[in-house]
Design a protein around this ligand. Structure first.
Ligand SMILES: Cc1ncc(COP(=O)(O)O)c(C=O)c1O
Length: 409
C-alpha cells in the first residue's frame, strides 16, 4: 500500500502547520488600514460609542437593504435576537405563558432556550433527512390549540421549506420566526432569509459568516414588530420617544458602535464570499458524489443560494468497511481536513433540555424525531472557512476522503 493514513502515522494529505486553511475571520493589514481602522477611528472621535451613534444606524440600514427588509435592529447576540423576535412577533412581555412555538429538533441550543426565556413552550419536531431543516408535515401534525408560532432554522445555511411553512402558518394563523443565525445571504427562490417570515434573527458570533466576535440582528417588514423589538432592546422606549418615557417594559440589549463599524466593513465582502463558498461547495459535491458512503449536501429545488455556514455531508459506514463515523472524522482531521460530527443528539435529548422537560413538563413537548436522530448519527460537518480556499484546496479534501475510502475497503 502507498501512503498509510495520517491517523496511523502516515503523511497527511495537507500539512496544516505549513499550509493552513483560511483563518476565520479573514484579516489582513491592508483591510485594517483601508477599512477597519478608519471606521473605528470615526466612532472614537464621534463621542458616541453607545446608543444613538451613526454606525449602528448605518449598519442597520445597510443590513435591511441587504436582506430586502424594511427594518433591521442590531443586537448584542443571536440568542437575544431570537428572544426579541419572539417577543415582537407574539407581543409578549415575558411575564405570562406565551403559548407554543414549534422548533426543529436539530439545531443549536439557543433556538430553543431563547423561546423558553420568553416563557413559551417549545414543541420539538422532526427535520427533513435531506435538508436538515424543519419538516412541514411534522409541523402541521404538531399544531394544537396553544400553538402560536413556527420557528424554522436555516440550518448550516440551507433555507427551510418556507413556501410550505407559510401556507401552514396562514391556515392556522401562526407567526413565523426565522432563525437565520447560520444563513447570512442564503436565498429561498431568490429572496433572502430574514425576509421570508414575520421576523428573522441573525447571529454575528465569531464563527458566523458575518461576524464582529459577538452580535445579532432582528429583521422584519412589520412596523409593529419593529417597535416592540425596539422597546425590548431599549428599556421599553418608543423608537422616537423621550429618553425617560417607557411605554412598554424592556431591557438593555443595545450593542456598541464599535461592533457596527467592523460589520460595515465586512458586510461589503459577504456577497462575494457567499458566492465563492457556493462555487467551491458545488465543485466539491460533484467530486464527492461518486464515493460510496458519502452523501454530499442535498439542495432542495427552492434554494437559489445556499449560505454554506456548514458543509454537511452524511457518512455511511457501509461504504467505508464498517468503520465508525467517529473513526472517519478522526482520520479526516488527521489528513489535515478539520471536521466535526456536529450536534451529538436531537436537542430535546441534551441534558439541560431534558432536565427542563422533566422539571417543567408544560414547557417542552417533544414529538418523535427519527430523522433528527439518524442525522445526528451520520452527519459530518466541514466549516465555512474551508470553502474560502481554492479549487486545489477542494481537491485535497477529495483526495483525503478518497485516501481513507481506499484504506478501509
Ligand atoms: C442556529 C443558531 N441559532 C442561534 C444561535 C445563537 O447565536 P449567538 O451565539 O450569537 O447568541 C446560533 C449560534 O451559534 C445558532 O447556530
Amino acid at each position: 500500500m502507498s501512503n498509510p493514513l495520517a491517523v496511523s502515522g502516515g503523511t497527511p494529505v495537507r500539512n496544516t502547520a505549513t499550509d493552513p486553511w483560511p483563518e476565520w475571520p479573514l484579516h489582513t493589514t491592508e483591510e485594517w488600514e483601508s477599512k477597519i481602522e478608519p471606521l473605528l477611528k470615526e466612532v472614537y472621535f464621534s463621542g458616541h460609542e453607545g446608543s444613538g451613534g451613526a454606525m449602528i444606524k448605518r449598519f442597520s440600514e445597510q443590513y435591511a437593504q441587504y436582506t430586502g427588509t424594511n427594518y433591521a435592529l442590531f443586537m448584542p447576540h443571536g440568542t437575544d435576537s431570537i428572544s426579541a423576535a419572539v417577543a415582537g412577533a407574539l407581543d409578549l412581555d415575558g411575564f405570562s405563558a406565551g403559548g407554543e412555538v414549534i422548533v426543529p429538533n436539530y439545531t443549536f441550543v439557543a433556538t430553543a432556550s431563547a423561546v423558553l426565556e420568553r416563557r413559551c413552550t417549545v414543541v420539538f419536531v422532526d427535520i427533513s433527512p435531506e435538508t436538515f431543516t424543519i419538516d412541514p408535515e411534522a409541523v402541521e401534525a404538531a399544531i394544537g390549540p396553544e400553538t402560536r408560532a413556527i420557528l424554522p432554522v436555516h440550518l448550516g445555511g440551507h433555507p427551510a421549506d418556507m413556501g410550505a411553512l407559510r401556507e401552514i402558518a396562514q391556515r392556522h394563523e401562526l407567526a413565523i420566526i426565522e432563525d437565520c443565525a447560520q444563513a447570512h445571504g442564503a436565498e429561498y427562490q431568490t429572496k433572502k432569509v430574514g425576509a421570508l417570515g414575520d421576523v428573522g434573527a441573525f447571529s454575528f458570533q465569531a464563527s458566523k459568516n458575518l461576524t464582529s466576535g459577538e452580535g445579532g440582528m432582528v429583521t422584519t417588514n412589520d412596523k409593529d414588530i419593529h417597535d416592540r423589538v425596539s422597546a425590548f432592546m431599549n428599556v421599553g422606549r418608543a423608537p422616537d420617544g423621550a429618553r425617560w418615557e417607557y411605554p412598554r417594559l424592556g431591557w438593555n440589549y443595545r450593542p456598541s458602535e464599535y461592533l457596527a463599524a467592523i460589520l460595515i466593513a465586512r458586510l461589503e465582502l459577504l456577497e462575494a464570499q457567499t458566492q465563492h463558498r457556493n462555487r467551491n461547495a458545488t465543485y466539491l459535491s460533484d467530486a464527492l458524489k461518486s464515493i460510496a458512503g458519502i452523501t454530499p449536501p442535498q439542495l432542495a429545488p427552492w434554494v437559489t443560494k445556499h449560505g454554506y455556514h456548514l458543509y454537511c455531508l452524511k457518512y455511511n459506514r457501509e461504504g467505508f468497511g464498517g468503520k465508525s463515523r467517529q473513526a472517519f472524522v478522526d482520520a479526516l482531521s488527521a489528513e489535515g481536513v478539520p471536521c466535526s460530527i456536529g450536534y451529538r443528539s436531537p436537542l430535546s435529548e441534551e441534558p439541560g433540555m431534558a432536565h427542563v422537560a422533566q422539571k417543567y413538563p408544560n414547557l417542552i413537548r417533544s414529538l418523535p424525531c427519527p430523522n433528527a436522530a439518524s442525522v445526528c448519527e451520520q452527519s459530518v460537518w466541514l466549516f465555512q472557512n474551508l470553502l474560502l480556499g481554492s479549487e486545489t484546496d477542494m481537491d485535497q479534501i477529495v483526495e483525503a476522503i478518497t485516501k481513507i475510502h481506499g484504506a478501509w475497503n
